[in-house]
Ligand binder design. Sequence first.
Ligand SMILES: [Zn+2]
Ligand SMILES: [Zn+2]
Length: 511
Amino acid sequence: MPGVDIVIPDLSYLVKNKNKIRGVVITHGHEDHIGAVGYLLKEVNTPVYGAKLTLGLLESRLNEMGLLTTASLNVIDDQSKISVGCFKLEFIPVNHSIPDTYAVVINTPVGIVLHTADFKIDYNPVNENVTDLNRFSELGNRNVLLMMADSTNAMKEGQSMSERAVGDSLDNLFRKASSRIIVASFASNIHRIQQVLNLAEKYKKKVCVFGFSMRNNIKKSVELGYIQVKRGVIIEDFEIKNYKPKDMVFIVSGSQGEANSALSKIAFMKHSKINIEKNDLVIISASVIPGNEKYLYRVINELFKNGANVIYQALNEVHASGHAYKQELRLLLTLVRPKYYMPVHGEFMHMESNALLAMEMGIKEKNIFLLENGDVLNVYPNRITVNEDAKINVGSSFVDGHGVGELGDDVLKERVILASDGILNVSIVLNKFDRKLAAQPVIIPVGFIYESESDDIIRKIRIILDEDIKKYTTTSMSINELQNSVKKRLRTFLYQETKRNPVVLPVIMEV
Ligand SMILES: [Zn+2]
Ligand SMILES: [Zn+2]
């Protein structure tokens, strides 16, 4: 949304109930899990619990917001047993597309609640262990009351691909590459970045990293020991000229085709350090998030036009999802054997698939909860019900610059129009005494007509203005009425002429 930097959930319920909050537990360092934490801490300064990498990534954010010194950050790992209010928490390591992801076991006074976090089961992971199935199996013997499970891939049959298999595909591509290799990925996909670095070492290539978040995350991960790389493999941009094209690998951000990302700039020859060249091999090692297709395809088309070879997910196994497919969910359900089940994380359709899967696995339909954000679930000893009367307002808040607030719908609509349809500025100066024009109206169209059409359109706008002003001069029309009439007529006219709806801003002064 234009001019809106970030969309976060409405925090007002939490702020209103801040005396009941004992802490925030973060399962992993992905944007959708840490993005709003700073905004919450601003209002409610409560302890935060998370693994080392998770808190490392969060720290950079809190630092930017000036909250680092006041925040209470507490590192947890698979051995931790912590008390948060009346809850006792344990953490089970799971595989996901970022290291240091933990499922959370919440021992409550009325029973055990399990939150799986975003997870998958990778039997051949990179730099970490397989999701700790022993711990889940132990948990299964402790009468889990409620299990909340990741639904993102619950509609997909089978088993998600192993991160290692992605490494094999990448290895094939690296081996055959005859010129530069450009790899675009999510900046948080530390395992993927590690694999690219390993391959660079294996094939004696140098790596240069572009993109703010990509550079930042790699630096942080090397610092904290989540990425291992030999000295001298990663080089700075001024050193590129010392190496042959076939000895260079670039790791860049922009796997979703974002307009200002490194990949997009490279494709459109707008990057200050490198541009796309014939025979470059571009590997887009990410899935495209629904809605981003047209942006990414625009970039891919441009890369092909400029002579590069582009490998993306549809062509080759260069990406593995971080979320469990049906087989993985079935396995976890079999081990944990909860009484109640609640699909979480995903669109409603994904949660629906997850609910059906749980039913097939023998969980009673009435024990499965398909809830929406803001619904309230009451957990009693051995019994869970949806509280139909309570509904919490958790709509979106828009963060504009540095303030959180509800920007009105009008403001947002206006910004959408400004961005896509342009503006027409009209200033009219009238003589107070004879109500006639004191000077020629100034007409400035911004961003919606081509130079070639502009003279003709401006001439027609003048005719409309003349008619309106004549009416003003000869009747008792007010300035306000004149303004509204100008606005309305110009909008209709511009739509007919250009099929666009620019914002019309008439400014009328009397002298
Ligand atoms: Zn995640
Ligand atoms: Zn997530």
